[in-house]
Design a binder for this molecule. Structure first.
Ligand code: GTP
Ligand code: MG
Length: 346
């Protein structure tokens, strides 16, 4: 599960990356592609930890990849190499500069940068789609595949990202392996100066992000980096001074997690309280396999307590007594926040 931090040179990608990972990669001017693991904050895990007081607590994790922008290019753009690195990512977090960067010329222009990035991706996708369409026609490939590529061509020529094509109109199995960029889930982070961190996103920008099928939020990467280095007591005061209620980073990470259609289920006990990551729609047997392959192989049943039900009754015993424990078979679709206890036999 890899999410790429992408965007033009000096937009603050490495600063965001440092704040998230707690690493201290040098900022400013390029550098190399770096991968970091990030803990997905989850209040439900915090509360379960308070109740079970386990020896160990494990949060869900996801990987972010910091991809440097192109420096010294004549116009803002993405090089072939840059594009290739972006193609490897499962989802894109576009960081837009909305602060004055003394190392760069010109005032910030987040809307212009968003359009430029979008145009580059549409162009790159169109090139791939047209090439494939040409060959598919020559080789008399599957008519359904040709249809799918024609549908994509039509969207891209109209400046529409592929992600905007409804599931019912495009069989996405044909897209596999082509590294098409505009089909990737998109999260747009507008990176602000400290003093404007609390101001909402301009409506026009928000509307355009929505139109592209993306999710958007505002943050100040330098504020987030400062907060990440502080003690919890200090944080509150610092945030209040800036007119902020909570750090944006947790929201950012959680939004990215959701964009990939990832959900968490939990296992609880005196030894460990733990979040496990699965794709939405995973059945109980496969989910059990995340914990251990024996649990998948010898799966008998899952005892399930949705998080909210657990909190309402306060303990597993109380849930059972109230007859609210769900006993589910292998085909049960695990829901976000389910507390699972797998019965198995090998
Ligand atoms: N004032 C302000 N400066 C920031 C903010 N975020 C980043 N910067 C500064 O902008 C400069 C570039 O930040 P980086 O994080 O290196 O940007 P980048 O997108 O990784 O740049 P490349 O990898 O070279 O494309 C650094 O000097 C940062 O300190 C912010 O939120 N506010
Ligand atoms: Mg960087």
């Amino acid at each position: 599960m890899k999410i790429g931090l992408v965007g033009f040179a000096g937009s603050g990608k490495t600063t965001v990356f440092n704040a998230m990972t707690g690493l201290d990669v040098p900022v400013g001017f390029g550098g190399e592609v770096r991968l970091g693991t990030v803990r997905v904050p989850d209040e439900r895990i915090d509360r379960l930890r308070e109740i079970f007081r386990p020896k160990k607590t494990t949060y869900a994790e996801m990987s972010f990849c910091d991809i440097p922008g192109e420096h010294g290019a004549e116009k803002k753009g993405l090089s072939r190499r840059g594009l290739q690195q972006i193609r490897d990512q499962e989802a894109l977090c576009l960081v837009l500069r909305d602060f004055d960067n003394p190392a760069l010329e010109g005032p910030p222009d987040p809307m212009g940068d968003l359009e430029a990035f979008h145009a580059e991706c549409v162009f790159a996708d169109l090139e791939i789609v047209e090439k494939r369409l040409d060959r598919a026609r020559k080789e008399r490939a599957d008519a359904l595949e040709i249809q799918a590529f024609e549908r994509m061509q039509e969207a891209l020529e109209a400046d529409r990202p592929l992600r905007s094509i409804p599931e019912s109109e495009l069989d996405r199995k044909f897209l596999k392996g082509y590294g098409l960029l505009t089909d990737r889930p998109l999260l747009v982070a507008v990176n602000r100066d400290e003093d404007r961190a609390a101001k909402p996103m301009p409506e026009e920008l928000a509307a355009r992000i929505c139109d592209m099928g993306g999710a958007g939020l505002v943050l100040s990467a330098s504020v987030e980096a400062d907060i990440a280095a502080m003690e919890p007591e200090e944080q509150e005061e610092f945030l209040a001074d800036l007119g902020l209620e909570t750090p944006a980073l947790g929201r950012f990470i959680r939004t990215a997690y959701g964009l990939l259609d990832l959900i968490s289920f939990f296992t609880v006990g005196p030894d460990e309280v733990r979040a496990w990551t699965i794709r939405r729609g995973t059945n109980a047997r496969r989910a059990a396999g995340k914990i251990h392959s024996d649990l998948e192989r010898g799966f008998i049943r899952a005892e399930v307590i949705p998080y909210d039900v657990f909190m309402e009754y306060g303990s597993e015993a109380a849930v059972k007594e109230a007859g609210k424990l769900q006993v589910e078979g292998k085909d049960y679709i695990v829901q976000d926040g389910d507390i699972l206890h797998v019965r198995f036999n090998v």
